[in-house]
Ligand binder design. Structure first.
Ligand code: MN
Length: 380
């Protein structure tokens, strides 16, 4: 019997955070998610989750994803065979430019269906687990030196996280660099700290501070310069001090091709949503592998659904040697699934059930569903 997609629903939910989170461009108290449910004629339901750090990050938000999926992707998907993933990705690309986060949300539900149909966890569809567990960095994002240091110590004492990265970028570059150095120096010998200004630092000031950042033992400098400034990243890398990681600059396959050709990065941060799905993450990792560039498992701050999807593909990537930052489910005050992901001893583990291995809690979905889908919700 032909398998085909017969029903698609996309609900926006707002899940509260345990504490406020300071990004370079916004402070948030709740995280919005788009929960996609895709049903086949045989009753298999695939789950996808769409989320972004905020619309400031890459131009997409849960509201844009809902519109693109409801208006443009659902009509393409009805009556299609969910196992034809590459063909569906190609059709979405021809129909809608960009909007990689929305495409990744659809692809996630497709892989969940295929895994369930095959009776295997999604990681088996990507070549099997190379890593059974991944070390997870926690993001220090309170924005005050003493409080960030204290939070790191509490995480280490509780055996929850042993490595960290600092969110930066809401101060001028020099003040931000000074704050990062103070935090790193207070934690020196105990752990390692990376810094992520989300593309908001300027090159000249970054160069002036590079030696001090290096001496403070900063583990990596993630996307210090704007997404488009590949030459600037290459010049910072050329200093051979703190390793330069690309995040925003390393979204699509062609962007990663440019980064590699121009020798602009030491590490590539992978993310399922920014690249348009798990299969493209796998391709990007292979490009990096061929160039001898290690990868880091990035997060768009997903709930247990998107975090599990990321972990499925990350666990199959041999050159993902820099660990990950899949802490989304712990950062949220609640979750949308029945069984939140397992995290212990600073590592995150995969479920063994077929598909993604997560089930949506209908009670939570009802509780957190946004009543008016065009209201601002948790974003500011
Ligand atoms: Mn980042």
């Amino acid at each position: 019997m032909k398998i085909k997609i017969t029903r698609i629903t996309a609900d926006i939910v707002d899940i509260p955070l345990k504490r406020s989170h300071q990004f370079s461009a916004a402070k948030i108290d709740a995280k919005p998610f788009l929960i996609l449910q895709m049903e086949t004629n045989e009753g298999v339901i695939g789950i996808g989750e769409g989320t972004t750090p905020g619309i400031w990050w890459g131009g997409e938000s849960v509201e844009t994803m809902k519109l693109v999926i409801d208006q443009y992707f659902s009509p393409l998907l009805y009556d299609e065979d969910p196992r034809q993933i590459e063909r569906i990705l190609g059709r979405m690309d021809r129909q809608v430019f960009g909007n990689e986060f929305a495409k990744a949300t659809v692809e996630m539900a497709l892989y969940d269906i295929v895994g369930k149909l095959a009776g295997v966890p999604v990681y088996q569809l990507f070549g099997g687990q190379y890593y059974e567990k991944l070390p997870t960095r926690w993001a220090l994002a309170i924005g005050k030196v003493e409080e960030d240091v204290e939070e790191a110590k509490v995480k280490m004492e509780g055996n929850v996280h042993h490595q960290f990265k600092m969110k930066a970028g809401n101060l001028p570059t020099a003040e931000d660099a000074d704050r990062a150095i103070k935090v790193a120096e207070k934690l020196k010998g105990l752990t390692t700290v990376g810094v992520d200004p989300n593309g908001s630092w300027d090159e000249l000031t970054t160069r002036k501070w590079m030696d001090r950042l290096y001496k403070a033992g900063i583990a990596f400098l993630e996307q210090p310069l704007p997404k488009w400034d590949i030459d600037g990243l290459a010049r910072l890398k050329e200093m051979k001090k703190v390793p330069i990681m690309a995040d925003e600059s390393a979204s699509t396959l062609s962007e990663v091709d440019q980064l590699i050709k121009r020798e602009a990065v030491d590490i590539i941060s992978l993310k399922v949503h920014k690249s348009g799905g798990m299969s493209r993450v796998k391709k990007i990792a292979a490009m990096a592998e061929a160039a001898g560039v290690p990868c880091f498992g990035g997060t768009s701050l997903e709930s247990s659904i998107g975090t599990t999807a990321a972990l499925h593909v990350y666990s199959t990537i041999p050159n993902l040697t820099e660990g990950c930052e899949l802490f989304g489910p712990i950062w949220l005050a609640d979750d949308i699934v029945d069984q939140p992901l397992k995290l212990s001893g600073g590592h995150i583990f995969l479920p063994e059930e077929s598909g993604l291995g997560v089930t949506i809690s209908q009670e939570k979905l009802n509780k957190y569903r946004r009543k008016n889908v065009m209201s601002a919700g948790g974003t500011q």
